[in-house]
Structure formats: structure tokens, C-alpha cells
Write a protein that binds this ligand. Structure first.
Ligand code: PHE
Ligand code: CO
Length: 259
């Protein structure tokens, strides 16, 4: 698949300069429109940790300056944002996470992609992923995930670990006092699926099950039919802490599960 970012200026670790001055007024306006639509939904459907963090970011005016947000992030959890041209290879991605650097795509979708986009853009990456990096437990979990990714590469188990990412970091639900809420970035940045994942009667909402998530295939072009629900980020950190080496070895010989 041809990726749409400009990779020609990327460094060896795939980082680029954000070049904030190059965004046009139309792009800031589109970011703002995306932000405003989602802002109406998140109070009802996003988890409290995400809601608490977005307020401190004043990101509603347009495409944010990554450097300014990184300063706040470093102070809170030691993470920072690294600008990238788009999707990057596994090794570069895991290496950034293992160094507490979250890769955020620099380009913004076109107006005709307001509702739907196949590749992550700056709105998805920033709005969906960055606020939760302010939560200390979530932040530690994602750091561990990055280290686990480098290990999974050595064990030829990236496919299994990527499923876990999909069902947690991208499309995870969390049980809260106010009911089920979204914490997955793919949900929080979605105009349609954010309400759907919480309220629609059709999808399955399973209690988080590590081995099931590692085995379950996923579909990237439709709303999910299965969500995994965690009780807390502590649970996620705790249940992913064991050495996955024997788990990968055991699951490798089992069939994958249909979503
Ligand atoms: N504990 C996992 C391993 O040993 C790594 C990991 C941590 C995976 C956090 C996912 C999330 O491979
Ligand atoms: Co994402």
C-alpha cells in the first residue's frame, strides 16, 4: 500500500520537523471542526482520564504545536510527541514507544474525509492518543508495550501483539462508575463509532481477556463487532506484565479467532 505522507525528509528514526507554519488556515479550520464535533460526544462516551487531560491542552483552536504539548507531557509523565510523516515501520514505532516518544502524523485529512479516513492523520493521533499519555498508569503501560514490541519482533510475534494493540489502545472500552466508556484512540477520534461502541446493542463487549485479544483477527474498514472491556488501566498494566514468551509459543499453534 502506498502511504500518503512525505517520507523524503524523514530522519533515520522516521521523525520529521512538524513545520507548524506550513499548515494553512483551511487546515486549522478543519481541525477545529473535527475537534468541535468530537467535543460534543466525549463527555458522554470517553473515559474520565481522557476528558481530564484534554482540558489542559487548549487544542481546540487548530492543529496544535507538538513542542508545546511535549513540554507539558514531559513534566507530567516523561512522554513527548515525535512528529512523523505517517505510518512508520514496526521497529521504528516500537523504539519510539520504548523511549516514551509517541509518533504523531503531521498531515491532516482532506475535507471530504471528515467522517472517515483509512490512515491515521494528525487529528486521530493527537486527539485520540495524546491525552491519555498524561495518565501515569496508561503512560507506563504504553512504554511497556513498546519494549514488548521490540521483544515480539525477535520472537516473530508482532502479529499477535498488534492485535492486542488494536483491541486496547485503538478500540478498548473501560468500565467506570458512569458506565462503559471508550479509551481507545480509534473510538475517541471517530465521529460515528464513539457513540456506537458504548450504546449500540449489537457488538459484543467481552471482559478483557489477554489471550483472546492476542488471537483475534480484526477488521480495519468497519465498526468493530467485538470490544474488550477493562476495569482500569491498572488491570491493563498488570495483565500485560508477565513474560509473553511462553504465551506466544502456546498461542502460535492455535487457530486465530474470528472478530
Ligand atoms: N509483558 C510483555 C512481554 O513480555 C510485553 C508487553 C507489555 C506487551 C505491555 C503488551 C503490553 O512480551
Ligand atoms: Co491510532
Amino acid at each position: 500500500m502506498a502511504l500518503r505522507g512525505d517520507y523524503s525528509r524523514a530522519a533515520a528514526d522516521f521523525s520529521v520537523d512538524q513545520d507548524w507554519n506550513a499548515y494553512g488556515g483551511d487546515e486549522h479550520a478543519l481541525f477545529r471542526r473535527l475537534f468541535e464535533r468530537q467535543s460534543k460526544l466525549v463527555p458522554r462516551y470517553a473515559c474520565a482520564e481522557w476528558i481530564a487531560a484534554i482540558a489542559g491542552l487548549d487544542a481546540g483552536a487548530g492543529v496544535p504545536k507538538f513542542d508545546e504539548v511535549s513540554k507539558k507531557l514531559r513534566a507530567k509523565t516523561g512522554w513527548e510527541i515525535v512528529a512523523v510523516p505517517g505510518l512508520i515501520p514496526d521497529e521504528a514505532f516500537f523504539t519510539h514507544l520504548a523511549g516514551r516518544r509517541f509518533p504523531v502524523t503531521v498531515w491532516l485529512r482532506k475535507p471530504e474525509e471528515f467522517d472517515y479516513i483509512v490512515e491515521p492523520d494528525v487529528f486521530h493521533d493527537f486527539f485520540g492518543h495524546v491525552p491519555l499519555l498524561f495518565d501515569p498508569v496508561y503512560a507506563d503501560h504504553l512504554h511497556e508495550y513498546g519494549k514488548g514490541g521490540l521483544k515480539a519482533m525477535r520472537l516473530d510475534a508482532v502479529k499477535m501483539l498488534a492485535r492486542l494493540y488494536w483491541y486496547t489502545i485503538e478500540f478498548g472500552l473501560i468500565q467506570t462508575e458512569l458506565g462503559t466508556r471508550a479509551y481507545g484512540a480509534g473510538l475517541i477520534s471517530s465521529g460515528g463509532e464513539l457513540a456506537y461502541c458504548v450504546t449500540d446493542p449489537n457488538p459484543r463487549r467481552l471482559d478483557f481477556d489477554l489471550e483472546k485479544a492476542l488471537r483475534m483477527d480484526y477488521q480495519i474498514d468497519r465498526y468493530q463487532t467485538t470490544y474488550f472491556v477493562i476495569d482500569s488501566f491498572d488491570q491493563l498494566l498488570r495483565e500485560t506484565a508477565p513474560d509473553f514468551t511462553p504465551i506466544y509459543a502456546r498461542l502460535r499453534s492455535l487457530p486465530s479467532l474470528a472478530p
